[in-house]
Design a protein around this ligand. Structure first.
Ligand code: S2G
Ligand code: ZN
Length: 467
């Protein structure tokens, strides 16, 4: 519970109507999309500027009050969960889009700008912001940067990190840093920008970003292929990427498709059932691109990797095919899935898939397992659906035990326990499978440099000092 004097000082910074102390606001702002923890902040503040963020941080530092930064709250690893009486700083009001420059092809946006609004702004300027994923309608660019969001176009355009040309942050010490200022070339020592990208609010609060935009892809088409088995997915990937510059290569299992079709009422892509489906997107570059893709498709059928397929004939058909992949995540929520977001190098995927599949089938003989994800980037989303008769606690503890075995397998393949969703609270206890003790201690040293009092998102990424 905050003292009346702290409350008075917060009101002096943001104004009475922007200091929220009600239980509904705590529930709304104190959690992300994870369902394991309860929201329990002591206050929610909505600053209107970088300077107001700085004043709040200085106040929190003076009285040693923990802070949880909050953006669109679409995170899946508990990175924005305020469960221990922290002050939530919600960046929603930092929502200005300004300083677009057509020569630099950059635009400066407040951290609270909704991702989809930035995507639309870019299109209005005849350009393209290429990071895309299911929750762009409610995620905020500040949160996307803090978690280095990935999504469905990484195979061609990379993660959010590639598109951040400048950052304005407030560190845990209360310093305002203007990082890189939109420069394309700047070799002046450590590039702190890249420390803040993916830092999950543990080093500083991202207040503003200068985003690099790019040329939009020419006319693209979407192919969905029915694939006979796990390894064949990688054979198809190999043959297509060797000849075509793909903008996406996603996959999902028959069970994923069944759930999406039943839940959302979408049409199946074709009548043949297949264990797996690959969704490819690429620029046609005139008819020769499409002809080449059809020849590759026929080759994959001859090799018995592919059982059937469909190519979009229109934008509406392309978007209908995308929905089969994009709607998986939302469809699965009602089954309270335990989510693994894992990755290995694409070249190691065939062997890894065989071993992780054996592990899963050995440990989860009776559970429904849904496979999907960005296999073109080496990123698998493995969702274990909670059996109705099993309590959430028993289900999570059973899955957590298996996650340790998956972590050991990832360590063997030099893979990641969190490909794109971040570590937060959910993956903290598995971090050591992907990061060495030396790396983790260096991450702690970096945190103590930028957040000397340890007030920023304590307990996320790794245990807070003294916990
Ligand atoms: C996806 C979205 C979040 C989830 O669909 O690619 O990253 O639920 C996911 O896994
Ligand atoms: Zn994903």
């Amino acid at each position: 519970m905050l003292s009346s004097s702290i409350i008075k000082q917060l009101i002096a910074i943001v104004g009475e109507e922007r200091l929220l102390l009600g239980p509904e606001d705590f529930q709304n702002y104190g959690i992300d999309r994870t369902t394991i923890w309860q929201a329990n902040p002591c206050a929610v503040v909505l600053p209107g500027s970088t300077e107001e963020v700085q004043q709040i941080v200085l106040l929190a530092k003076e009285f040693n009050l923990a802070i949880v930064p909050s953006g669109g709250r679409t995170g899946l690893s508990g990175g924005a969960v305020a469960k221990d009486g922290e002050i939530v700083i919600a960046l929603d009001r930092l929502n200005e889009i300004r300083e677009f420059n057509s020569l630099d092809r950059t635009v400066t946006v407040g951290a609270g700008v909704i991702t989809e609004r930035l995507q639309k702004f870019a299109i209005d300027q005849g350009l393209f912001y290429p990071v895309d994923f299911a929750s762009t309608g409610s995620s905020q660019i500040g949160g996307n940067i803090a978690t280095n969001a990935g999504g469905i176009n990484v195979i061609r355009y990379g993660m959010t990190r590639q598109w951040v040309a400048g950052l304005t942050v407030v560190t845990g010490a209360g310093d305002i840093l203007e990082l890189n200022r939109g420069l394309m070339k700047n070799n002046t020592g450590y590039d702190f920008r890249h420390l803040f990208i993916g830092s999950e609010g543990t080093l500083g609060l991202i207040c503003e970003a200068t985003i690099q935009l790019t040329k939009a892809p020419e006319e693209t088409v979407v192919m969905v292929l029915g694939i006979d088995n796990f390894p064949a997915i990688l054979d198809v990937l190999q043959i297509f990427t060797s000849k075509i510059d793909l903008t996406a290569f996603e996959f999902f299992s028959q069970l994923a498709l069944d759930k999406v079709v039943a839940h959302q009422g979408h049409a199946v892509p074709f009548n043949t059932k297949a264990p797996f489906y690959a969704l490819l997107e690429f620029e046609t570059k005139g008819s020769e691109g499409l002809d080449l893709a059809m020849r590759l498709f026929e080759h994959c059928v001859d090799q018995r990797w592919v059982l059937d397929g469909v190519v979009s004939q229109s934008l509406s058909q392309a978007s209908a095919l995308w929905k089969l992949r994009e709607d998986i995540s939302e469809t699965l929520w009602e089954f309270q899935p335990y989510k693994n977001d894992i990755s290995v190098r694409v070249s190691r995927m065939p062997d890894f898939l065989v071993e992780v599949n054996e592990l899963i089938e050995r440990h989860y003989p009776d559970f429904d397992i849904v496979w999907y994800g960005h296999i073109g980037d080496g990123n698998l989303h493995l969702n274990i659906l909670k059996p109705e008769q099993l309590s959430s606690e028993d289900f999570v503890s059973q899955c957590s035990a298996v996650s340790n075995e998956i972590g050991q397998l990832l360590a063997k393949y030099e893979g990641s326990v969190s490909a794109e969703h971040g570590v937060g609270l959910l993956k903290r206890d598995y971090l050591h499978y992907s990061r060495s003790p030396c790396e983790i201690s260096l991450m702690r040293a970096v945190k103590s440099a930028f957040d000397p009092n340890g007030i920023l998102n304590p307990g996320k990424l790794f245990e807070a000092q003294g916990q």
